[in-house]
Design a protein around this ligand. Structure first.
Ligand code: SF4
Ligand code: SF4
Length: 422
């Protein structure tokens, strides 16, 4: 066990990684797979309700809207034939319909996008693009968005995908910022980037603010607090404060599409191998994870851990057949021999989680309530909903209690209770 002085509690200083030197480490591309899979929210229940079926031919850029009674859809990133439609349930028990498309030789695209698309078109076409641009709040007449916050920084350690975009696609980013302002009519746009990328974004027509590169300062709520001087109250989101937060990758994709007329289909993500070596790769959205791993000959053996996201906040998954999604910024594989055991032992009340928490939550007490499924009490008495999801409490816990996982489960359960209560 780690020995630490009771009086010598210090916060760990974990720093974000900077993107690689692009001249010495150019972006590698995952070869186009024959198939791609896309998730549409909603369970596959009744064939009578379906407007899409196995055997249908689709174009690249086409919306795959399988349900007659719902507006939900995905966007195909390749032209081909629908070969399977299956139910899929994610780690948070959300139901989706997985639509698999097999490429054909035609590579046919839907009609080109307008050079100056309107808000509704952009909202519809880019939510499934790289960075998952969500403009729904701007379309909602009951929501008042007065600021757009562009995150030009990755949110987890070892991950540099978004920074890679900022560094390498400066023209597209600048064009995207311009388009975003015109489309949304929101004039206050702030781009948050680390000091070493400030030069790269100097031509963007927006205010640029420097993010401190100590983890977890790139978390949206901390960016709001530290750079915009706005504290998001417990249980509220950035939208409630009139701020729409978007990824720089999504904005660059918008800028590129305004030039090419085509929806962007490729995502940049950080691939982290078992030695914690990270490379950024370009991959078509919908590509199976196993094809991304194959690029670097990474094997997932029995007992290894496959993680979508980075080491602090990523989510373990079980299948290399799952597809790369619009917001998959990293894929990480940990070797079975190097996994830190989660013990769920009794809390020794060392206070390290309290010391390290950027939201100043009494985590040592909160975790006891969450272990006993007392989620409402956790929220009402111990500030659960102020958590910014950084994972530092789990990282420092000497009892190896999976605090971050307890918090995630508690928030999920509370979100399920809310509609029931209404
Ligand atoms: S994940 Fe843990 S350390 Fe981070 S804000 Fe939430 S409670 Fe605090
Ligand atoms: S939960 Fe872990 S870090 Fe927090 S007080 Fe208990 S043993 Fe220490």
């Amino acid at each position: 066990m780690k020995r630490r002085s009771f009086f010598g509690l210090v916060k760990p200083r974990l720093s974000y990684s900077a993107p690689p030197d692009l001249s010495s480490l150019p972006l590698e591309e995952v070869p186009a797979s024959r198939t791609a899979t896309f998730f549409v929210p909603g369970a596959l229940e009744s064939k009578e309700l379906l407007t899409l079926k196995v055997g249908d031919i689709v174009k690249a850029g086409q919306r795959l809207a399988p349900f007659a009674a719902s507006d939900d859809y995905a966007v195909s990133t390749l032209a081909g034939k629908v070969t399977a439609m299956e139910p899929y349930t994610d780690a948070n028990a959300n139901n989706f319909t997985a639509i698999m498309v097999e490429a054909d030789a035609q590579k046919e695209w839907v009609d080109a996008l307008d050079e100056n698309p309107d808000l509704a078109t952009v909202a519809a076409n880019f939510q499934n693009g790289p960075g998952a641009l969500c403009l729904k709040p701007v379309l909602d007449p009951e929501v008042n968005i007065n600021t757009i916050l562009i995150l030009g920084m990755d949110q987890d350690l070892l991950v540099t995908a978004v920074q890679h975009v900022v560094k390498s696609r400066t023209k597209e980013l600048a064009k995207g910022v311009k388009a975003l302002k015109r489309i949304t009519k929101v004039s206050k746009v702030i781009l948050a980037a680390p000091s070493y990328l400030v030069d790269a974004v100097k031509n963007c027509d927006c205010e640029v603010k420097e993010v401190d590169t100590v983890y977890p300062n790139a978390t949206p709520k901390l960016v709001m607090h530290k750079l915009l001087g706005i504290t998001v109250p417990a249980g509220k989101d950035l939208i409630d404060m009139g701020v729409l937060c978007v990824s720089a990758e999504a904005v660059a994709a918008l800028g590129e599409s305004c030039t090419t007329g085509k929806a962007c289909t490729d995502k940049i993500l950080t691939l982290i191998n078992k030695d914690e070596e990270a490379v950024n790769v370009k991959v078509r959205i919908g590509t199976p994870i196993k094809d991304v791993l194959a690029l670097k000959s990474i094997m997932v053996n029995s007992g290894d851990r496959l993680i979508l996201g980075g080491p602090m906040t990523g989510v373990a998954t079980y299948s290399v057949d799952l597809p790369v999604q619009p917001d998959t910024d990293a894929i990480m594989v940990q070797d079975a021999d190097n996994l830190s055991e989660i013990e769920d032992a009794a809390c020794i009340n060392c206070g390290e989680c309290v010391q390290v928490c950027p939201a100043k939550i009494p985590v040592n007490v909160l975790v006891r309530f969450l272990e006993n499924k007392l989620y409402v009490e956790g929220a009402e008495r111990f500030d659960l909903l102020s958590c910014v999801d950084c994972g530092l409490c789990s990282y420092v816990c000497p009892a190896r209690i999976p605090i971050y996982q307890y918090i995630g489960l508690a928030k999920h359960e509370l979100s399920r209770m809310a509609p029931e209560a209404e």
